[in-house]
Design a protein around this ligand. Structure first.
Ligand SMILES: Cc1cc2nc3c(=O)[nH]c(=O)nc-3n(C[C@H](O)[C@H](O)[C@H](O)COP(=O)(O)OP(=O)(O)OC[C@H]3O[C@@H](n4cnc5c(N)ncnc54)[C@H](O)[C@@H]3O)c2cc1C
Length: 470
């Protein structure tokens, strides 16, 4: 294993950088003052670090070459996509290389017969969605960061987002993958078939591995028929049990049409209404706010949604409901749910979490977490919301006005309770650097040992994204 200390890497790095300039061209390797500020950090709160150079290959072979040269010289490489990750996985390592996929962009093919899109890893999610739409298809992966995040980053983090209940996470949409391995081998498994059971499904190793096992260069993604209608309702309910009963009823009545089921606790809603400039979609105050969305593909589907709502009126589940009459209404409902991105303006600096929990235990967890945060941290504000049908809760917590945010204490409370409720420290954002100290909350020693064995087998020199996840 090479010495990856800053000094040792800096000594070897200059030679590696000049070799990469020779092999890839000067425009592909930025060093010193030419390193863009954006490449120094991701969206996590960890702050900037300086790599020795940012390498920006324009093709898959260039990515593989970068990894090979880095491994030969014992230099750490950190893959970077759109840098919207919230776990610190793309944060560069001082003295190492940042490997940006920003020039490896574009859609190579849309295969209408197979219903697939072949895409380069640095392409933004939004560009993928737009290309699918232009070809008469639907690419259902959707995150708030769609304009900046990359397909490679989505695959590397197994991104989730708003429609997991219907289409699954990024993993479910990947049919084929091309990956550059840490030694510079280019592994191509660009499968287009839904069914392919020939031995180990190697692509699954790389999906969600946060750039620690290989660098995604190209992918074959699954496309779907576009929905012909979108229906939505925003419901105020008075108990978590009523929210769960509403979910069960929506699943039964709407079946595969159900595309989102989002729950916002009252504390979240109050901050969202302060943060969002949009009009209040629901008057009155409720303990929980539920956004239900269904996507139809036939003319009769809108009728099914309306019939479900009418049936609800006969059961005492919902205290108040607003029903979308236009796409503008649907967007207004989602604006309340997406307002979390603006919470910094209302609450100031804060910690944010994406945890996994058994669906039935979510409210008990929220109560216990809120109670402990308030008792132990004077003035602590915490708000709860999430994709509850996916067992995914988000939390935002902070002590507004405190000179230094008690981030370590908030982490300790949130993640210890995750362990007590048999949850997961990451539901969709990954482990990166931020959650690494809490890995043992959600993974037992044998699981961690097997992960280390896999990492050692694929990256024996430990040069690919070292120190992340494990
Ligand atoms: C406003 C906002 C909303 C968000 N909403 C969601 C959400 O709903 N659901 C969700 O899951 N996430 C969400 N995120 C988090 C983030 O957008 C996702 O994790 C996204 O998938 C990261 O993609 P990226 O291209 O920005 O990756 P980066 O941040 O650049 O990298 C993330 C990780 O992937 C690795 N990586 C990047 N590219 C590659 C590659 N080509 N090959 C191998 N490894 C690579 C990096 O090393 C790092 O470990 C949100 C973030 C923001 C800022």
């Amino acid at each position: 294993m090479p010495d990856l200390s800053v000094k040792a890497q800096t000594d070897r790095g200059a030679t590696a950088v000049s070799r990469l300039r020779d092999l890839l061209g000067a425009e592909s390797v930025l060093s010193g003052e030419d390193i863009p500020i954006r490449n120094l950090q991701d969206w996590s709160t960890l702050g900037p670090t300086a790599p020795i150079a940012v390498v920006r290959p324009a093709d898959s072979q260039g990515v593989a070459t970068t990894l090979r040269v880095a491994a030969e010289h014992g230099i750490a490489v950190v893959p970077q996509g759109g840098l919207t990750g919230l776990a610190g996985g793309a944060r560069p390592i001082e003295g190492g290389l940042a490997l940006s996929l920003e020039r490896l962009v574009g859609i190579e093919e849309i295969d209408a017969a197979a219903g697939t899109m072949t895409i380069r890893a640095g392409t933004t999610l939004q560009a993928a969605q737009e290309a699918a739409e232009a070809a008469g298809f639907f690419f259902p992966l959707d995150l708030g960061s769609r304009g900046s995040c990359s397909i490679g980053g989505n695959i590397a983090t197994n991104a989730g987002g708003n429609r997991v209940i219907r289409y699954g996470m990024a993993r479910e949409m990947v049919l084929g993958l091309e990956v550059a391995l840490p030694d510079g081998t280019l592994l191509s498994s660009m499968n287009k078939m839904l069914k392919n059971n020939v031995g180990y499904d190697l692509k699954q190793l790389f999906i969600g591995s946060e750039g620690t096992l290989g660098v995604v260069t190209r992918a074959v993604m699954r496309l779907y028929p576009p929905p012909s209608s979108t229906m939505a309702a925003l419901c105020g309910v008075s108990s978590y049990e009523a929210a769960l009963a509403l979910l069960a009823s929506a699943r039964t009545a709407l079946g595969p049409l159900l595309s989102a089921f989002e729950v916002m606790w009252d504390d979240y809603w109050m901050v969202a209404m302060r943060a969002s400039k949009a009009r209040r979609p629901l008057s009155g105050r409720h303990a929980y706010y539920v956004l239900v969305e269904a996507q139809g593909s036939a003319a009769s589907d809108e009728g099914k949604f309306d019939a479900w709502l009418e049936n609800l009126a006969e059961r005492p589940l919902v205290d108040d409901a607003a029903v979308a009459r236009s796409i503008g209404d649907v967007k207004a409902f989602w604006a309340a749910r997406d307002a979390a991105a603006e919470f910094r303006q209302v609450l100031g600096p804060h910690a944010s979490f994406d945890i996994g929990l058994p669906v039935a235990a979510m409210d008990a967890y929220a109560q216990a977490c809120r109670r402990e945060l308030t008792t132990r941290i004077p003035g602590c504000v915490s708000v709860f919301y999430g994709h509850i049908a996916d067992g995914n809760m988000h939390i935002i917590a902070c002590a507004p006005g405190a000179p230094v945010q008690p981030l370590d204490e908030i982490d300790e409370i949130v993640y210890r309770l995750v362990g007590e409720y048999s949850g997961a420290i990451s539901a969709e954002h990954g482990v990166g650097l931020k959650k690494k100290p809490f890995l043992s909350v959600s993974r037992n020693p044998r699981e961690v040992a097997l992960m280390r064995t896999i990492k050692q087998a694929i990256d024996p020199k430990g040069t690919l994204n070292p120190g992340k996840v494990l």
